[in-house]
Design a protein around this ligand. Structure first.
Ligand code: PLP
Length: 397
């Protein structure tokens, strides 16, 4: 068969290749410390599980409206209004099988071939993949360290804008660095979007995986509600990655297009899973709170050990479940230079610690001099974090 030319532009999440390498290490008898995958090793709350089982038993197993069931759309609108100060109604919500489909459907709805799309780098690799697959042009903008936090390089972002730049992807509460905009930066980001009339995908997958205070959303700033589509997901907050439940939330005229795309793609998101989502949003919240408390403890354990590891420095993120330590000095001292693959392989073989590197999050930008790895602490208990990173520390000492 002759494969379509467009497939050559389709990227992937290469983290799955790291998982294969870790599995091979486990098969050969080694213990693996799985810092590579952004999945959670915690169960979905009992009440959410029960709601899905009840819905299934109640016969909620057929097709449902492409936009999603009304109680879920309504619950999502109310929840978003309460946490982000918006005034959405259910007409602004299109339920999706996960957060990820919001990325491609946003681009299908708003991007013409040749349009330029501003996109964070390092960043979630599916942005670049989908922009290029659908015929757009990626304009990467840097996420950079600024002392004890990571931030968005807004000077670089603004310099990249041309008359062809139509779309802006923002991942506030960022994968892989945990970066979030400060209040002043959020104002400036909104001003840039308004001034250049950009349509915005606001990926807030980690909005509620937030540790030391409350998250605020760019969508509540003047002009942003009208030009933004929010990516909402149940995956992280409710430990529901495999259930595939998320939503696009935005202006009705764009959400109507999402619904039309739903008709063409999935028809609808699994109905009993949607009923579980209603329970997640409106029922007992102790399960979701426990997830964040557990993640906070893991973050603190991991950051302390990493910052005591020779050749490694690690910023403590206030959001997401990822760490993005600078390992330049360690790689240099061990003689790896910028050979991330050889470094990751050596660490895996000698310590069992498995991780993604900077290369999994977009093509490195010109002038980048520091080297980073990404450690996810969502799928590994605190005791294994201590043990695994203890071995990494011994390797580095
Ligand atoms: N956006 C970001 C930044 C992510 O890290 C992820 C998952 O890792 C997603 C979106 C999509 O997640 P899901 O499709 O499970 O909702």
């Amino acid at each position: 068969m002759r494969i379509a030319e467009s497939i050559s532009r389709l990227g992937t999440e290469t983290a799955f290749a790291v998982a294969a390498r870790a599995a091979a290490h486990a098969d050969s008898g080694g213990k693996v410390y799985p810092f590579h995958l952004g999945d959670l090793n915690m169960p979905t709350s009992q009440n959410v599980q029960e709601a899905a089982i009840k819905a299934m038993r109640d016969g909620k197993t057929g097709y449902c409206p492409p936009a999603g069931i009304a109680p879920l759309r309504d619950a999502l609108a109310q929840d978003t209004n309460a946490k982000r100060g918006t005034a959405y109604s259910m007409e602004n919500v299109s339920v999706q099988p996960g957060g990820k489909p919001v990325i491609s459907k946003f681009l299908m709805a708003l991007m013409n071939p040749g349009d330029e799309v501003l996109c964070p780098n390092p960043g979630f690799p599916i942005y670049e993949s989908q922009i290029e697959f659908l015929g757009g042009k990626v304009l990467p903008y840097p996420i950079i360290p600024a002392g004890d936090y990571f931030t968005f390089d807004l000077d670089a972002l603004e310099k990249r804008i041309t008359p062809k730049t139509k779309l802006l992807i923002i991942n506030d509460y960022h994968n892989p660095t945990g970066a979030e905009l400060s209040a002043a930066e959020r104002e400036r980001m909104a001003a840039i979007a308004n001034r250049h009339n950009l349509s915005v995908l606001l990926d807030e997958a980690y909005f509620e995986t937030h540790y030391d205070d409350k998250a605020t959303s760019l969508v509540s700033l003047p002009g942003m509600l009208e030009r933004s589509v929010l990516l909402y997901t149940f995956s992280k907050k409710f430990a529901m990655t495999g259930w595939r439940l998320g939503a696009a939330i935005g202006p009705k005229e764009v959400i109507d297009i999402f619904n039309k795309i739903n008709v063409n793609y999935e028809s609808c998101t699994c109905q009993f899973v949607q009923w579980a989502g209603v329970e997640g949003l409106t029922g007992d919240q102790s399960g979701a709170k426990k997830i964040v408390d557990t993640l906070r403890e893991r973050r603190d354990v991991a950051v302390d050990i990493l910052n005591g590891t020779p050749g490694v420095t690690c910023i403590k993120p206030n959001a997401s479940f990822y760490l993005y330590p600078d390992v330049t000095d360690l790689m240099d001292r061990k003689g790896f230079g910028d050979d991330y693959d050889a470094f990751a392989e050596d660490v895996l073989t000698k310590t069992g610690v498995s991780f993604c590197t900077r290369l999994h999050f977009g093509r490195p930008l010109p002038g980048e001099t520091r080297r980073y790895i990404r450690l996810a602490f969502s799928g590994i208990d605190a005791s294994d974090i201590r043990e695994g990173l203890g071995k990494l520390k011994a390797y580095a000492s």
